[in-house]
Design a protein around this ligand. Structure first.
Ligand code: MRU
Length: 377
C-alpha cells in the first residue's frame, strides 16, 4: 500500500473552477458548467445561454449528480426567464432531461413556482425572472449548508458504528463537490473523516461504464490529499472477502417513501456484499432526494443509457473512432444492457444520513417523520 500512496494524487492542484456558476456579462446572463465529461484531462467550462444547451449538458453528463442537477435545473429556469424565453416550455424540457434523480424536477419546480408567483403578483417579467434567480440561489445556498451538516452527521454515525476508528470506506460513483454546492454527500463524510484523521483508506469503485469513480472521485480525492485506491467494480467482492472494507458510503438519486434507494448502477450489488460481510451500508443524501410521491423502488423510473457507452470506451483521453465517439471494445452491432441506476431495498440499507440527521433502521415512518421535520425548519 505504501507504494500506491507514494504514487497517489500527484496532481494536488485545488479545483479552481466550481461545478456551476451564474454570471451576468453585458451580453446577458449565462450559466457556466465545469464540463465533467472532460475530467480529469482538463478543466474547461461550458457556457449555457439557453435551456436547450443546458438540457444537452445534462443528458451528456457534463453536469450530473442529483443535488447539482437540482441546482442546475433551477438556474436553467432562471436563465430562460432572464433571456425572455418561454419559461413553461424550458421548465418542462429541463425537468424531463433525465428521469431518475428527483432533485432535477424538484429544482426546476421550485424556480418555476417562484417565477409564476412573482408574475401573478406583479405582472412584471423582470421581477418574475429575478424571483426565479433568487429561488435558484437559495437552493444553491441550502445545498451547500446541507452538505456540511450531512458530513457532520455522517462522521458521527461512522464513529459510532466503528468505534475502533481508522475507517476504510468503499464508495461508488461520484458524490463530492462536483455534484453539490458544497463538498457533496457521501464523499463529504469521507472527507470529514480524513480531516479528523480517521480515514485509513477510501476505496474508489471505477464505476463503469462512464467511470465517474475513476475520473471524478479519484480526481477529488487526490486534490484533497486523501489516502485512496481505485478498483474495478468487480474487484469489490474480493476486497470485502479480504476484510478490507469497514463501511460503504454512497449517495442517492431518489429515495422512495419506503426507503428504497435509487443510485448509480452497481450500488445494489455492494449492498448485498455489505450485508453478507456484516458491513454497514450507509446512504448519504439531502432531504431533497427523498421523494414522498414515489411509494417504492418499483415505481422509480430507471434511466436507460445508450448501448455505445458499454460497447465503446468513451473516456476523454481516447481518440474518437466509434459511433458514440469512443474506441469500440465489443464486436460491431453488439447489444448492451445499460441502466444508469439500480434500486437497493430498505432492508439492505443500514442508515440514510441527511442534513436533518440519520434514519436507522430505514422505515417509511422514520423517513416521513424526517421529511415533516425538515419542512418545519
Ligand atoms: O449518472 P450520474 O453520474 O448523474 O449519477 C450520479 C450518482 O449516481 C450519484 O451517486 C448520485 O447522484 C448521488 S450524488 C450526491
Amino acid at each position: 500500500m505504501a507504494d500506491q500512496d507514494a504514487r497517489n494524487g500527484e496532481d494536488k492542484r485545488p479545483t479552481e473552477i466550481p461545478a456551476l456558476r451564474w454570471e451576468e456579462p453585458p451580453e446577458g446572463p449565462v450559466l457556466l458548467l465545469l464540463d465533467q465529461t472532460r475530467l480529469p484531462a482538463e478543466e474547461v467550462e461550458l457556457v449555457c445561454t439557453d435551456a436547450p444547451a443546458l438540457v444537452e449538458a445534462i443528458r451528456s453528463l457534463a453536469v450530473r449528480g442529483a443535488p447539482l442537477l437540482g441546482i442546475a435545473g433551477a438556474y436553467g429556469v432562471a436563465l430562460a426567464a432572464a433571456r425572455g424565453f418561454d419559461v413553461a416550455e424550458a421548465a418542462e424540457a429541463l425537468a424531463g432531461a433525465r428521469p431518475t434523480a428527483v432533485n432535477l424536477a424538484g429544482g426546476v419546480r421550485r424556480a418555476q413556482t417562484a417565477h409564476q408567483g412573482a408574475l401573478a403578483r406583479t405582472g412584471d417579467t423582470r421581477l418574475a425572472a429575478a424571483a426565479a434567480l433568487d429561488a435558484a440561489r437559495a437552493l444553491h445556498r441550502e445545498d451547500t449548508e446541507a452538505s456540511a451538516r450531512m458530513a457532520a452527521h455522517g462522521l458521527a454515525l461512522l464513529d459510532e458504528l466503528l468505534p475502533a476508528g481508522g475507517h476504510r470506506v468503499l464508495t461508488h460513483c461520484n458524490t463530492g463537490s462536483l455534484v453539490s454546492g458544497g463538498e457533496g454527500t457521501a464523499f463529504a463524510v469521507a472527507l470529514a473523516a480524513h480531516r479528523a484523521g480517521r480515514l485509513r483508506r477510501l476505496w474508489v469503485d471505477e464505476t463503469r461504464p462512464l467511470l465517474q469513480g475513476a475520473r471524478l472521485t479519484a480526481y477529488e480525492a487526490a486534490r484533497n490529499d486523501m489516502p485512496y485506491t481505485l478498483l474495478t467494480d468487480n474487484a469489490a467482492g474480493s476486497l470485502f472477502a479480504a476484510g478490507e472494507v469497514d463501511a460503504v458510503l454512497i449517495g442517492a438519486d431518489r429515495i422512495a417513501a419506503d426507503g428504497s434507494v435509487a443510485n448509480k448502477v452497481g450500488s445494489y450489488p455492494l449492498a448485498v456484499l455489505a450485508r453478507y460481510h456484516h458491513v454497514p451500508f450507509i446512504v448519504v443524501a439531502p432531504v431533497t432526494t427523498v421523494d414522498p410521491d414515489t411509494p417504492d423502488g418499483a415505481s422509480v423510473e430507471v434511466e436507460q443509457r445508450p448501448g455505445y457507452e458499454v460497447t465503446e470506451v468513451t473516456a476523454p483521453q481516447v481518440p474518437v473512432t466509434g459511433a458514440g465517439g469512443g474506441i469500440p471494445v465489443a464486436p460491431l452491432g453488439t447489444q448492451a444492457y445499460n441502466p444508469a441506476f439500480d434500486l437497493t431495498p430498505p432492508e439492505l440499507v443500514t442508515a440514510i444520513v441527511t442534513e436533518e440527521g440519520a434514519v436507522s433502521p430505514v422505515t417509511a415512518e422514520a423517513l416521513a417523520e424526517l421529511c415533516a421535520r425538515s419542512r418545519q425548519v
